[in-house]
Design a protein around this ligand. Structure first.
Ligand code: GLA
Ligand code: ZN
Length: 695
């Protein structure tokens, strides 16, 4: 994965550019585009994502002249191309001639063309047409010197419930379970008289009179992800026939539920991710960091690429706040700090027409004489100065566990509460970590290709599903000296949404030294939690707790009132060489303002694991990438950067150089030098990148 990206960045440096849709413009505009791209420092554009009808206006009738010309213009200007197979949006002729190629929703509605993404992933007509256009495109351009990367489809995420998808679902189930008996057992079909006597009876989870079978739903999610992965692989196979080695990828969407990216990562030569943080959200900086940590986790800790983001506003929210150029710069440099090796946008030139005409772009409809475009140019120039960051590893010692099976299963209906949103829990824990200045990798617990040993602390805020193998890995991690923090409603179910039998979390209770016998939604207003050591005032636990007892753990906090009065809320347990912390509910800060809430527990766990907090002033983020310190003021106010505190969290080699020789730090963008004990002013939304001065 990282190697695919390095092939581009070795040559081009940090990648800068975006989606380019020349089919929407006259040839005179292409020339202006290329000239402006050069001035803006653009070195890579994604071409052709939605150009199918323009390339193949009627089946088998091809029109490549315009694309020849565009690729030629770009190449002459030294701009590389990420060439897309245009299969995300089939032309009207496909749906018209093959109505069965259109997607069907769970309630049987067939979706029409006239928009985009209108295809059924199982449709033979769609797959054949998609393979053919990809074949034509790649046969023609595989040797083109402008083309440096391939982009199959766009944001794979289609779901379809049609009869053909039902057949494919059955094939997938046959391959997984072999026999109907095995499937009936896996889906526990004795509940509500659902036993299947014939494969032909099995359907996707279509709209039904009452709650669906949760195991069937979960398998349909997995099937859907695999089905789309199959489409991607078909495209990649066509590309590979003509181009054996340039990287092939598609764009992921961060925390998007439609596909499980951990199943996809091995097939992606570059981890490419689209992100559109909401400028209206006060938590956007922390949440954007979390998405970046996920991308880095998918890239195995290495570099990744932001394939799409907005230069200012999007047009698909209800109320689309703009983003100032200075804030855009903050977001781009934040991603760079987190291991991203470029900044690509949707899109280069703002559309004048179509549903995305109000979506911002690198070049606004108002033209180049605009703050947005001038900001884009300035950023392009800065990225050239930051080339040294390319490929450098991000310094991090903590893992945050997250996997799609748990997310899907914990989001099903008919749980003790519908108010415990696993993604909200993940974000809440991460916001505390972010506030404490801790950089994490987001990694799954349920894969054996992800090693936990390298992390000093592992946090599992929302690990609803835990199978035996994952539990064994966590057990071995803690027993071997690791530190684990375990969140509420974890280890409840297996990978088919069946509850584990026995006191909860059955597969891990010996590690936690705590066990529960009932999941207990807490009354509105929450329950009071009191700390045994009296160090903190009472806190509040909300949403859902567990009727627990200690099976050997030290009890740190208990519920003082409500349905769980007397039960363990927070505990600490020694297991082998390591330590496990149990946090049984959503914990809010204490009434007396002392830090007895979640932040306090996380801080104690970090201390115990020997991970120093890099916390600066609120809203100031610091990240070490290689030997460079990136410091970001996410606030609207001037702030200060305390270099000593930032250095304490940095790589040992940098700390040593500073301590030994009094090496100063140099600002990579301004050239200014700073003593390592200095405190630097940070303007609102400013970012500085500092590195040790090499003799
Ligand atoms: C997605 C798509 C793009 C565009 C943007 C708009 O990321 O991939 O084609 O529609 O959203 O934000
Ligand atoms: Zn279908």
């Amino acid at each position: 994965m990282t190697a695919g990206l390095a092939r581009l960045t070795d040559e081009l440096g940090l990648l800068y550019g975006g989606d380019y849709n020349p089919e929407q413009w006259d040839p005179a505009v292409w020339r202006e585009d290329v000239a402006l791209m050069r001035e803006a420092g653009v070195n890579l554009v994604t071409v052709g994502v939605f150009s199918w009808s323009h390339l193949e206006p009627r089946p088998g009738e091809y029109r490549f002249g315009w694309l020849d010309e565009v690729l030629g213009l770009l190449h002459d200007a030294g701009i590389a191309v990420d060439l897309a197979t245009p299969v995300a949006s089939p032309p009207p002729w496909l749906g018209h001639r093959h109505p069965e190629s259109l997607p069907t929703t769970a309630d049987g509605t067939v979706l029409s063309y006239g928009s985009r993404n209108q295809f059924c992933p199982s449709s033979d007509a769609y797959r054949a047409a998609a393979a053919t256009i990809a074949e034509q495109l790649t046969a023609r351009y595989a040797g083109h010197p402008a083309v440096r990367m391939w982009h199959a489809g766009n944001e794979y995420g289609q779901v379809c419930f049609c009869d053909r998808c039902a057949e494919r679902f059955r094939d997938w189930l046959r391959a997984r379970y072999g026999t109907l008996d095995a499937l009936n057992a896996a889906w526990a079909t004795t509940v509500w008289s659902q036993e299947y006597g014939d494969w032909a009876e099995i359907l996707p989870p279509r709209v039904a009179p009452y709650h669906r079978n949760p195991s069937q739903e979960l398998d349909f999610r997995r099937f859907g992800s695999d089905l789309l992965l199959g489409l991607y692989r078909e495209q990649k196979a066509v590309i590979r026939r003509h181009d054996p080695d340039r990287p092939v990828t598609t764009n992921l969407m961060g925390f998007f539920g439609g596909i499980d990216p951990h199943e996809w990562r091995a097939d992606l030569d570059v981890i490419a991710d689209d992100a559109y943080p909401d400028p209206a959200s006060p938590d956007a900086p922390a949440d954007a960091a979390l998405v970046n940590h996920l991308a880095r986790g998918l890239a195995g800790g290495g570099s990744w690429l932001r394939m799409e983001q907005a230069a200012s506003a999007v047009s698909w929210r209800e109320h689309n706040l703009t983003k100032s150029p200075v804030r855009l710069r903050t977001e781009v440099l934040q991603a760079l700090a987190h291991g991203c090796d470029g900044a690509l946008f949707f899109q280069w030139r703002q559309a004048r027409s179509g549903p995305e005409r109000f979506h911002s772009a690198m070049l606004p409809v108002a033209g180049a004489d605009t703050a947005v475009h001038q900001g884009v140019r300035a950023l392009g120039a800065e990225l050239r100065a930051l080339r040294g960051l390319v490929g450098e590893p991000v310094h991090r010692r903590v893992a945050l566990l997250w996997d799609w099976t748990s997310w899907w299963a914990a989001g099903q209906v008919a749980l003790p509460t519908a108010r415990l949103d696993p993604l909200a829990t993940l974000r809440a824990w991460h916001r505390e970590l972010w506030r404490l200045g801790v950089v994490v990798d987001v990694v799954p617990a349920d894969r054996d290709d992800v090693a936990l040993d390298g992390y000093d602390l592992v946090l599992a805020p929302a690990q609803y599903v835990l199978d035996g193998a994952a539990a064994a890995r966590l057990d071995a991690y803690v027993a071997g000296g690791g530190h684990l923090v375990w969140g509420p409603f974890g280890g409840v179910a297996d990978g088919l949404s069946h509850l584990h039998a026995g006191r909860s979390p059955a597969p891990l209770r010996h590690v936690l030294g705590v066990s529960a016998e009932e999941w207990v939604p807490l009354p509105d207003g929450g329950s009071t939690v009191v700390w045994s050591d009296g160090r903190h005032g009472p806190g509040t636990a909300s949403t859902l707790g567990e009727r627990t007892r200690s099976d050997g753990a030290d009890v740190l906090a208990t519920y003082d009132d409500g349905p769980l009065a007397g039960c363990v809320a927070v505990a600490h347990h020694r297991h082998g060489e390591g330590r496990a912390w149990y946090v049984g509910a959503d914990l809010a800060v204490c009434e007396d303002g002392s830090d007895g809430g979640l932040g306090g527990v996380l801080r104690a766990a970090l201390d115990e694991a020997g991970v120093s907090s890099g916390a600066q002033a609120p809203g100031v983020e610091t990240v070490w990438r290689g030997d460079a310190l990136v410091a970001i003021n996410h606030t609207d106010r001037p702030a200060a950067l305390v270099l000593g505190a930032a250095l304490a969290t940095g790589p040992a080699a940098v700390r040593d150089a500073v301590a030994r020789d009094g090496t100063p730090l140099a600002d990579l963008l301004t050239g200014a030098r700073h003593d390592a004990s200095a405190t630097l002013p940070l303007a609102p939304h400013d970012v500085v990148v500092l590195t040790t001065v090499r003799p």
